[in-house]
Design a binder for this molecule. Sequence first.
Ligand code: BV8
Ligand code: ZN
Length: 239
Amino acid sequence: MELKNIRESITYKTRVTVLSGAGISAPSGVPTFRGGADSLWENMRPEELATPQAFSADPEKVWRWYDWRRGLLEPCKPNAAHYALVELENIAGNVTIITQNVDGLHQLAGSTNLMEFHGSIWVTRCLKCNEEKINRTVPLPIIPECECGGMLRPGVVWFGEGINPGIMQASIEASSNCDLFLVIGTSGLVHPAAGMAHIAKDSGATVVEFNLEPGGVSSHTDLFVTGSADLTVPQLISE
Ligand code: BV8
Ligand code: ZN
């Protein structure tokens, strides 16, 4: 099976579900989590920072890390892989994107049916009144506060926190009811996100992975497309 066969198999009836990870945004200049030198967590360990415990222990330190990442992300633009998934919406029956990324690049590219499985770095949530707001201020005053006077936290899902039940349910639905499941730029190490590929495979979908190297879900794929996502994913649309 080749990418050419996959491209030719997509019709207006094909239901496509996508699981994307940091690798789809790497060509946009967004550092990945477990990558090489450009990795985001090289000098800071995720357990130290992306957890509720780290935040309650030292909210200022955790906010400085998120504020630094927001500053890195601000100039980043979607790349050809993000745009190819938008174009795919005009070719396939429907396209549902489940992204692990918190960078907002799928929205910027124009994807309409999108679930942010791990939340968004551009959202803040108040610990007191629970209000969630989009906030693109860079840099943020540290520690940012709500109008109600409550402390704000990043609107992301930390390690040890559950996924939003509505998003979890919809993601399981989309993974168990699709013809084609695309896994793009993820190491497949983080659960339950990575489990969506297993659900798709078990429900009979064709699973195609786009990555530089195999990862945690590669044993469940029908086709592995090696290369940078901005070069390989557009080949789903045209030669
Ligand atoms: C939960 C938001 C329970 C925050 C993130 C042991 C075994 C299994 C699971 C666990 C375990 N111990 C603990 C767990 C659970 C834990 C987990 O999975 N840990 C892992 C590390 C083992 N999961 C959780 O805690 C989850 N919650 O289980 O809760 C529960 C249930 C009910 C009620 C209460 C509690 C929540 C996990 C969410 C964590 N939040 N992000 C933030 O961003 O600050 S995860 C973080 O990692 C990002 O969201 C990221 O998306 C995600 C996954 O990373 P990737 O996207 O895959 O990125 P990575 O750098 O790893 O890989 C990049 C890939 O791209 C590579 O494959 C590379 O080859 C490729 N690539 C690079 N360049 C390119 C490319 N590909 C193509 N083209 C390129 N150019
Ligand atoms: Zn508030």
